[in-house]
Design a protein around this ligand. Structure first.
Ligand code: NOJ
Length: 512
């Protein structure tokens, strides 16, 4: 695997890059070394202490083979009761940062239990208090013990697990969820913001929109092709912006933290680099994934022009004068523009992209895009995820694209990882090679391309519930034995190697 990847990468580098060997380089001072998890994927205790159900509780409990072997996150890694075990893993790695998410319905069981009065004070319905107190206690314990061990928390407010009660009212297709999210965000800033200084509002709105509301293969399982994703994304962008403004207005001065949104994106290469149509299609692919969210939030408050024009002309040809892409009002555009304090990127893979004409018979975001994704058969694929073609050099190109397109922002890679299939070998040499090559590309991005990259988070600290793949796809730096009720955590070789990188703040030269 290593040689195939290195050759590809070297061929793509310009000559000026070839003389510099990043292997012996150090990462910048204060570089954030992290690992990440998400509440539903690790916590378990799905209904403990008054926690309300989330869409993932409902989705998995409905069965129907939408998840591998109908597995659920009911127990997962047991992190709600085994937090001290997770902390040991974090300390063993020597992480400087740990990213985790709050379970919205553990804190506010129906998602809407609070309101903010005009003075900005929180009040909460009495029936929510039991869960609220237990949930707050749990997250306080996590945050306080991280800080006591010199680990900086990065907290995601919402990572796929929308409270079921809100979904019952329309979920992200409803404008009411925007307000509910802002209220919840304010609650979290108020309770935890004295200690948490790095916030992510929403994790991967692209995935929630396209797979949760367009294709319906992830919770809440809504299949509304051509409209579901656009509507859900529209409300998530507004919810993010509302929460950012609440932080800015009510908490920033006192708490001094930073707020962003975690955007997933692969890199898109034209399938045929000499084809103008494929070159355009690669741009459209970026427009309908990363730029869909990043353009309004980082640039001008509105969707990419190419996205608006492609969807509206398709709709016209399909006989509808109105675009299926909702429009932001002028006031909303002003509200959305500039609502991220850093760029949070989740990167896993790259695709080659071909122009694919839209015959207008199909109504879906994918048909609107007119770009077909292809995986180069020469790219290795992670054994635990058929979609995860291993292309470390794609990350460097993507980082450069973000630098050039979004005004040279400070970037954190808030997720990057490689899965093994179950049963997974503790000696995961191939996986470490993936991480090593990725870190080399990151060094090139920093020192050759001048990208302001401030941190890197491995997905994931632990093997965990990998959504529709259940426990069959293992992304952890630590192996978890899900058959053993004690859920023991054991480091993979990658964990030992990652700990060395953190200690050295760099890769050790391979010939040493
Ligand atoms: C990104 C998601 O944020 C995370 O929940 C998921 O497990 C990883 N991708 C791997 O698929």
């Amino acid at each position: 695997m290593a040689s195939a990847l290195s050759t590809d990468s070297a061929a793509l580098d310009s000559c000026a890059d070839c003389s510099w060997n990043p292997e012996g380089a150090s990462f910048p001072e204060q570089f954030a070394w992290g690992a990440a998890t998400a509440a539903y994927q690790v916590e378990g205790s799905w209904d403990a202490d008054g926690k309300g159900p989330s869409v993932w509780d409902t989705f998995t409990h409905q069965g129907g083979d939408r998840v591998f072997k109908n597995q659920t996150g009911d127990v997962a890694c047991g992190s709600y009761t085994l937090w001290e075990e997770d902390l040991k893993c974090i300390k063993q790695l020597g992480l400087t940062h740990y990213r985790f998410s709050l379970s919205w319905s553990r804190l506010l069981p129906d998602g809407t239990a609070g309101f903010i009065n005009q003075k900005g004070n929180c009040s909460f319905k009495i029936e929510s208090c039991a869960a609220l107190i237990q949930g707050v206690d749990y997250y306080n314990k996590v945050i306080d013990s991280l800080l006591a061990n010199d680990v900086t928390p990065m907290v995601t407010l919402y990572h796929f697990d929308l409270p079921q009660h809100l979904e019952d009212q329309g979920g992200w297709r409803s404008d009411a969820t925007v307000k509910a999210f802002d209220t919840y965000a304010q609650f979290c800033f108020r309770i935890f913001g004295d200690r948490v200084k790095l916030w992510i509002t929403i994790n991967e709105p692209y995935i929630i929109a396209t797979l949760g509301y367009e294709k319906g293969i992830l919770a809440p399982g809504i299949a509304e092709p051509g409209t579901g994703a656009y509507q859900a994304a529209h409300n998530m962008i507004k919810a993010h912006a509302a929460a950012w403004h609440s932080y800015d207005r009510l908490f920033r001065k006192q708490q001094g933290g930073l707020v962003s949104i975690a955007l997933i994106s692969g890199w898109a290469e034209p399938f045929n680099p000499n084809s103008l149509a494929d070159q355009e299609a690669a741009k459209w692919h970026m427009a309908f994934c990363l730029d869909w969210f990043a353009t309004p939030i980082f640039l001008d408050g509105d969707y990419p022009a190419i996205m608006k024009s492609k969807i509206s002309s398709t709709c016209k040809r399909q006989g509808s004068p109105l675009s299926r892409l909702p429009e932001f009002t002028e006031e909303e555009k002003v509200m959305i523009k500039g609502t991220a304090d850093f760029f949070s990127l989740n990167y896993y893979t790259t695709r080659k992209v071909k122009y694919q004409v839209n015959t207008h018979s199909q109504i879906s975001i994918f048909a609107d895009k007119e770009a077909e994704e292809v995986t180069d058969p020469s790219w290795p694929v992670a054994t635990g995820s058929s979609w995860l073609a291993v292309v470390p050099w794609g990350l460097r190109r993507l980082l450069k694209y973000i630098k050039d397109t979004y005004n040279h922002p400070i970037i954190y890679i808030t997720e990057n990882g490689f899965s093994q299939s179950d049963p997974a070998a503790l000696d995961d040499t191939q996986r470490w090679e993936y991480f090593r090559l990725t870190l080399l590309e990151i060094l090139k991005a920093i020192y050759i391309d001048g990208v302001q990259l401030k941190g890197y988070f491995v997905w994931s600290l632990l093997d965990n519930f990998e959504w529709t793949c259940g426990y069959s796809s293992r992304f952890g730096l630590f192996h978890v034995d899900f058959e053993n009720s004690a859920l023991p955590r054991v480091p993979y070789k990658s964990a030992i190697e990652y700990a060395n990188v953190i200690t050295n703040n760099g890769l050790i030269k391979s010939h040493e």
